[in-house]
Write a protein that binds this ligand. Structure first.
Ligand code: S3P
Length: 441
């Protein structure tokens, strides 16, 4: 599918974004690990969460998705059945890394695999600490998927341990905490900066004993005490995804005359780095109606078109906007001056090498941009338009589409179906705000 974006009229009105991807993954998996029936509203129905749900079916968990209401019935993680086939995680590293931790707890034999893109992503960051806990797990040559887990002897527990992550990662942290449910002693994870803490919030809500603290050097520590009993079912409503809202925010900022209200967006402080960066660049964004939903801060975001000046992102801020660099780049393309990102080498291990792919594609649209080993530079100005390739990366595709809304000519995004991985209603949502987009099947 091709998506053609025409520059045009201001964006106006109200919009809603889908349920948060990270929380949806966790909600489905934690509900499957719990014993009994869970009910979750505003679940994200998309390519990546379908990969998670299908894997759960292969473990003997039953679920039903009615619109965005997910009902899960499970015998509990220690009664899962060994899957008869490899669990295919598609493009989703969250699915694979979180499932690896849950299967490590369950102690059943399984193979975790995914798309060629997912096979290229680094897995030693989970394999090594899981092995230290006594999990019989092996990666393919080269350290990636497929991952093979063997059965653990009946009655044997995993070893509690302390693990320090070299790079902050909520996927790795969650993987180890999930494995820790079957450990003989506490599992402690330390990361240089606090990554998204949805797992910690949800575990606390489920009554799982967890200590969370900041160490004197600023690093974040979480310590799980294995509960030793089945975990209770989950009930709640998932907040809107700030990583999806990011594209609407930037669209409204860069298209002159826009005025948009995005309702029900999750505003967990471990996720709001882009809001802070954009405000520093001069963006007019207000939070209205702040509230708490499912243990998470939520608000409505009111955004108006703004003259932006260039932004600089580095250090701790990077972790709080790790998925937002494509959206940030779209804003930087229209900001006055030179925007720079550093300390973000992790971007090279996302759905694409987001440093190389971003720079290559914005150049294809006529922008001046440079790659750095740990980031990129974008020279703000006007954008010509043209045809781009999203490199199999849903966020790159959406960022390039948003950039096209204020270009001087149309922007065509090839293979735009990848957008459905995280935001299936992206095109119709923008059209609802008045944007001119055309889908060519
Ligand atoms: C996620 C964590 C982040 C993020 C990803 C989702 C999660 O990855 O980029 O989209 O749900 O835990 P890392 O933990 O690898 O940084």
């Amino acid at each position: 599918m091709k998506l053609i974006v025409y520059p045009g009229a201001p964006l106006r009105g109200e919009a809603q974004v889908p349920g948060d991807k990270s929380i949806s993954h966790r909600a489905a998996l934690f509900a499957a690990m719990a014993q009994g029936e869970s009910l979750i509203d505003n679940f994200l129905d998309s390519g990546v969460t379908r990969a998670m749900l299908n894997a759960l079916s292969a473990l003997g968990v039953t679920w039903q998705l009615d619109g965005t209401r997910l009902q899960v019935r499970s015998p509990g993680w220690n009664h899962w059945q060994p899957p008869a086939v490899p669990l295919f995680c598609g493009n989703s590293a969250t699915t694979l890394r979180l499932l690896a931790g849950a299967l490590a707890a369950a102690g059943i034999p399984a193979v975790l695999d995914g798309s060629p893109g997912l096979r290229r992503r680094p897995m030693e960051r989970i394999v090594e600490p899981l092995r230290a806990m006594g999990v019989p797990i092996a990666a393919a040559d080269g350290g990636g998927a497929p991952l093979h887990l063997d059965a653990r002897p009946a009655g044997a527990l995993l070893r509690g341990m302390k693990h320090t992550l070299p790079v902050a990662s909520a996927q790795v942290k969650t993987c180890l905490l999930l494995a820790g449910l079957a450990a003989d002693a506490p599992v402690e994870v330390i990361e240089p900066t606090l990554s998204r803490d949805h797992t910690e919030r949800m575990f606390k809500g489920m009554g799982i004993a967890l200590e969370v603290s900041r160490l004197p050097d600023g690093s974040a520590r979480v310590c799980l005490h294995p509960p030793g009993h089945p975990i209770p079912p989950l009930h709640g409503t998932i907040p809107g995804d700030i990583s999806a809202a990011a594209f609407l925010l930037v669209a409204a900022l860069i298209v002159p005359g826009s005025d948009v209200l995005i309702r029900g967006v999750g505003l967990n402080p471990t996720r709001t780095g882009l809001l802070e960066a954009l405000r520093e660049m001069g963006a007019e964004i207000e939070v209205e109606n702040p509230r708490t939903v499912f243990g998470e801060p939520v608000g409505d975001l009111h955004v108006r078109a703004s003259s932006l000046w260039a932004g600089q992102v580095q250090g701790e801020r990077v972790v709080a906007m790790i998925d937002e660099f494509p959206a940030f780049a779209a804003a930087a393309l229209y900001a006055q001056g030179i925007s720079t990102v550093h300390d973000a080498q992790e971007l090279r291990y996302k759905e694409s090498d987001r440093i190389a792919a971003l720079v290559q594609e914005v150049r294809a649209l006529g922008a001046a941009a440079e790659e750095h080993p740990d980031g990129f530079t974008i020279h703000g100005g006007s954008l010509k338009g043209g045809t781009v390739n999203p490199h199999g990366d849903h966020r790159l595709a959406m960022a390039l589409a948003v950039a096209g809304l204020a270009a001087s000519q149309a922007v065509t995004i090839e293979q735009a179906e990848i957008i459905a991985e995280s935001f299936p209603a992206f095109v119709s949502t923008l059209q609802g705000l008045g944007a001119h987009l055309e889908v060519i099947p």
